[in-house]
Design a protein around this ligand. Structure first.
Ligand code: HDD
Length: 731
C-alpha cells in the first residue's frame, strides 16, 4: 500500500455547510491568528509569562490588573453541569422535508420541500456527569433544535421511544435513584446499584422502559447508528385548525447497531470519548450522519381506539398498527467551533414549539414544560440565555421582556409595555394578521384531581411485546444485562422484587435472571409495588394490571431487522508486521474503502513497515495505542515474516480473540491461517469442513479479491451473535 493516509471522502468546501444559522454565529466567533494578545479591555499585553513583582525575587503586586483579570476569568470558567444529560456532544446540520405536510400541519418548515432548516443536535447520556464515559449503559438524549423561519422548534427526544415514569412528579425521584448514591457518590454513570433498582422495583410502570434500557439500545455502536424518538404524543395542527396526534421518529440511514457489554466496558476504559470522537471524525471526513424524520399520524377520532392510552409515555404505538411515514431528512454537516459556547450553552426546551405543532396532556410532557426553562435559569445564570448565540432564533425577536443578568440587546425607546400609545402600539401582536402561535382549542371539562388515570395501568403488555420481538441474541443480552445490574445490587429484597416484576413480563426471562442471581422468583412482594404512589389510600387500585394485547411481535422493535447492506464508515483493522504481502493489503483495503469503510494498519510499532517487496507502508496504530474494541472487523494479510511475527505476538492474538468474542467479522489470507491457529477460538472452528455457527463471519481464502468481497458482506451484518455460544473466550 502506498505510504499515504487512508483515503477518506474529501472534506467538502465549507461553504456547502453554511446556512443562515452558521452565518448568524459568525460575528460572535473570534480567531487569534496573527493577532496581538490583549486584555478583555483591549489593552495589548506585553508579557504573559510573568506576574508583576517587587524585584526579581519579590512578592507579587496587587496592582497587576493583567494577572488579576486572567485569574478571575479562569476562576469562573465553569457553569453548573446539566442535572441530567450532562455528558453530551453536538453538531450543526440541516433538515429538509421531502414534500409539503400542509394537510397535517401549518408549520412552515414542514410545508416547503425547498426550504432548508438549520439545526443544532446534541446527543447525550443521562446519568453520568460531564466527564463520564460515552459507553455507559444508559438512555441517549437526542435533542434537535430547528431554527425555523417561525422561531425555534426543539424536539427534545431520546434514543428509546418510552420513558421510565408516567408523571413528571416522579422525575426528581427517578433521577435521585439513578445518580450515584449520595453518601459516597458511587457509582458514576451506572444504574447497577441499589437505589436505582430499589426505585424501579417499586415502580412497575418503568418495566417497559427497563426492557429497552437493558437491551443493546443502551450501548450504541455510534451516535450515528441509533434511532431517535420524540417519546410523547404531540399534535400537528393544519391551517384549517384540524388536529392529528403524532409520534416523531428519527431513523438512521446507516441502521441501528450496538456494541456488546464486554466491549462497552472496555471502550469505557480505553477511550471514554468513543462516541464523541466518532461523531466528530465522521463529520470532519465528510461522512455526514443522516436520519430520516418519521411520523406516525393518528386522527383525533382514533384517540381511544388503542388498548393503551396515547397520553401514556410508557407506551409505543406499534408500527404494525400505525406505520411510520418518512417525511424528511436530517444531515449533520458541521462540527461546532467551540464546545463550551455551543454544545455546553445550548438550551433545549420541550416548550419551544412553532405554529402547527402543539402539546398534548401527557402528564410527563406537561411537567417538562416547566422544568426546562427553570433549569436553564440556574445553569446559564439568568433569563437572557435565549440571547446566547447558539440559542438565538434566526428570526427577529421583539417583545417587552427587558433587563436581567447579561442582557445583550440594547432595546431602544421608552416603551416596554403593552398596550402602549407612546410606541405606536409596537410591537404588534400577530393576531391582527390572524397569524402567530395559537394553542389548539382542546375542550377540557373536568374535576381537578391528583391521581393516575386508570387507562395508564397496564404496565406489562408492551414490555412483553418488546421482549417477544427480540432475536435470541437480543433476549440473551437483556437477560445478561439484568443479571449484571441486579448482581451489583446488595439488597436481596430488591433483587427479589425485580424478579417478581420480570415474572410478570416473561417467566423464562425471570427464571434465567433468577438462576444467575441464585434466587427464587417470589410469588408476592413486600412492600407491594407502587406503594409510594397512592395519595387516596387505596394501594390495591394501583397494582399492575395485565392486559393481553393482540400484537405478539413487532419487527420494528428488533435491531436484528435493521439496515444491513452497508459498511460505510465502519472501521476495519489490518494487522501487519514487516514483510507483509502488500498486494493483498492493497486489494482488500481498496475493496473496503470503495464501500466507504475506514481502514487502519495496526502493527507492533508505529512508523512504517517494509513489505515483502520492499514497499513502505504507513502504520496508523500500534498494538499499544489501538484495541480491537475500536474496530468493527479485522483482517490478517499474508507475507511470511509478517505472519511469523504476528503469530508470536500475544497482543495480535489477543486482538483476534477479542474480535471473535465480540462476534466481529474476521478475515485472513490463506497463508496467514497460522496466525488464526494461534488463537483460542481456532479450536472452536470446525476442522472437517462441516458448517458451524462458529465460523460464520470468518473468511479465509487465497484470493484477496474473494476475501475482500466476502469480508464486505460479513461486515455489513455487523455481528455474528450465534458465536456467543462460546462465552468464555479468554480476551
Ligand atoms: Fe429531560 C434535559 C430528554 C423527561 C427535565 N432531557 C434533557 C435532554 C434530553 C432530554 C435529550 C438534554 C438536552 C440537551 O442536550 O441539552 N427528558 C428527555 C425525554 C424525556 C425527559 C425524552 C421523557 C420523555 N426531562 C424529563 C422530565 C423532566 C426533565 C419528566 C422534568 C420534569 N431534562 C430535564 C431537565 C434537563 C433535561 C432537568 C437537564 C438539562 C436541561 O434540561 O437543559 O430540565
Amino acid at each position: 500500500m502506498a505510504s499515504k493516509k487512508p483515503t477518506q471522502r474529501a472534506v467538502p468546501d465549507t461553504k456547502d455547510t453554511e446556512n443562515i444559522k452558521t452565518e448568524q454565529l459568525k460575528p460572535h466567533t473570534a480567531n487569534a491568528d496573527n493577532e496581538l494578545m490583549t486584555t478583555d479591555q483591549g489593552v495589548r499585553i506585553n508579557d504573559d509569562q510573568n506576574t508583576l513583582k517587587a524585584g526579581d525575587r519579590g512578592p507579587s503586586l496587587m496592582e497587576d490588573f493583567i494577572f488579576r483579570e486572567k485569574m478571575t476569568h479562569f476562576d469562573h470558567e465553569r457553569i453548573p453541569e446539566r442535572i441530567v444529560h450532562a455528558r453530551g456532544t453536538a453538531a450543526h446540520g440541516v433538515f429538509r422535508v421531502y414534500e409539503s405536510q400542509s394537510a397535517l400541519t401549518k408549520a412552515a418548515f414542514l410545508n416547503d420541500a425547498k426550504a432548508e432548516t438549520p439545526v443544532f443536535v446534541r446527543f447525550s447520556t443521562v446519568a453520568g456527569s460531564r466527564g463520564s464515559t460515552d459507553l455507559a449503559r444508559d438512555v441517549r438524549g437526542f435533542a434537535v433544535k430547528f431554527y425555523t423561519q417561525e422561531g425555534n422548534f426543539d424536539l427534545v427526544g431520546n434514543n428509546m421511544p418510552v420513558f421510565f415514569i408516567q408523571d413528571a412528579m416522579k422525575f426528581p425521584d427517578l433521577i435521585h435513584a439513578a445518580k450515584p448514591e449520595p453518601d459516597n457518590e458511587i457509582p458514576q454513570a451506572a444504574t447497577a446499584h441499589d437505589t436505582f433498582w430499589d426505585f424501579i422495583s417499586l415502580m412497575p410502570e418503568s418495566t417497559h422502559m427497563i426492557m429497552w434500557a437493558m437491551s443493546d439500545r443502551a450501548i450504541p455502536r455510534s451516535l450515528r447508528m441509533m434511532e431517535g424518538f420524540g417519546v410523547h404524543t404531540f399534535r400537528l395542527v393544519n391551517e384549517a385548525g384540524l388536529s392529528h396526534f403524532v409520534k416523531f421518529h428519527w431513523k438512521p440511514v446507516l441502521g441501528v447497531h450496538s456494541v456488546c457489554w464486554d466491549e462497552a466496558q472496555k471502550i469505557s476504559g480505553k477511550d471514554p470519548d468513543f462516541h464523541r470522537r466518532d461523531l466528530w471524525d465522521a463529520i470532519e471526513s465528510g461522512n455526514y450522519p443522516e436520519w430520516e424524520l418519521g411520523i406516525q399520524v393518528i386522527p383525533e377520532a382514533d384517540e381511544h381506539k388503542f388498548d393503551f392510552d396515547l397520553l401514556d409515555p410508557t407506551k409505543i404505538v406499534p408500527e404494525e398498527l400505525v406505520p411510520v411515514q418518512l417525511i424528511g431528512r436530517l444531515t449533520l454537516n458541521r462540527n461546532p467551533d467551540n464546545f463550551f459556547a455551543e454544545t455546553e450553552q445550548v438550551a433545549f426546551h420541550v416548550g419551544n414549539i412553532v405554529p402547527g405543532i402543539d402539546f398534548t396532556n401527557d402528564p410527563l410532557m406537561q411537567g417538562r414544560l416547566f422544568s426546562y426553562t427553570d433549569t436553564q435559569l440556574i445553569r446559564l445564570g439568568g433569563p437572557n440565555f435565549h440571547e446566547i448565540p447558539i440559542n438565538r432564533p434566526v428570526v427577529p425577536v421583539h417583545n417587552n421582556q427587558r433587563d436581567g443578568f447579561m442582557r445583550q440587546t440594547i432595546n431602544k425607546g421608552k416603551v416596554s409595555y403593552s398596550p402602549n400609545s407612546l410606541g405606536g402600539g409596537c410591537p404588534y401582536q400577530a393576531g391582527r394578521m390572524d397569524a402567530g402561535f395559537t394553542s389548539y382549542p382542546e375542550r377540557i371539562d373536568a374535576e381537578k384531581v391528583r391521581r393516575r388515570s386508570p387507562s395508564f395501568f397496564d404496565h406489562f403488555s408492551q414490555a412483553r411485546l418488546f421482549f417477544n420481538s427480540q432475536s435470541e441474541a437480543e433476549k440473551n443480552h437483556i437477560i445478561d444485562a439484568l443479571s449484571f445490574e441486579l448482581g451489583k445490587v446488595q439488597t436481596i429484597a430488591i433483587r427479589e422484587r425485580m424478579l417478581y416484576t420480570l415474572s410478570q413480563v416473561d417467566k423464562g426471562l425471570a427464571a434465567e435472571v433468577a438462576y444467575a442471581l441464585g434466587l427464587k422468583i417470589p410469588s408476592e412482594v413486600h412492600p407491594p409495588l407502587n406503594q409510594s404512589i397512592p395519595a387516596d389510600g387505596k394501594p390495591e387500585v394501583y397494582q399492575p394490571t395485565e392486559k393481553q394485547i393482540k400484537l405478539q411481535r413487532s419487527e420494528a422493535l428488533s435491531m436484528a431487522n435493521t439496515v444491513k447492506n452497508t459498511i460505510r464508515t465502519r472501521k476495519i483493522a489490518i494487522l501487519a508486521a514487516d514483510g507483509v504481502d502488500e498486494a493483498s493489503v492493497n486489494t482488500v483495503s481498496q475493496l473496503l474503502k470503495d464501500e466507504g469503510a475506514i481502514v487502519e494498519i495496526i502493527a507492533p510499532r508505529l512508523g512504517t513497515l517494509q513489505s515483502e517487496n520492499d514497499e513502505v507502508i504507513e502504520v496508523h496504530q500500534s498494538f499499544l495505542t489501538a484495541s480491537s474494541v475500536f474496530y468493527d472487523a479485522v483482517y490478517v494479510p499474508g507475507g511470511t515474516n509478517s505472519v511469523a511475527t504476528l503469530e508470536a505476538d500475544p497482543d495480535a492474538i489477543h486482538f483476534l480473540n477479542e474480535a471473535f468474542r465480540h462476534c466481529k467479522a474476521i478475515a485472513a489470507d490463506d497463508d496467514a491461517t497460522q496466525v488464526l491457529e494461534a488463537t483460542y477460538f481456532s479450536r472452536k472452528l470446525p476442522k472437517d469442513g462441516t458448517e458451524s455457527v462458529m465460523d460464520e463471519g470468518i473468511i479465509i481464502d487465497a484470493d484477496a479479491n474473494v476475501v475482500g468481497r466476502e469480508f464486505v458482506r460479513a461486515i455489513a451484518q455487523h455481528r455474528f451473535w450465534d458465536r456467543e455460544q462460546v462465552r468464555k473466550v479468554p480476551a
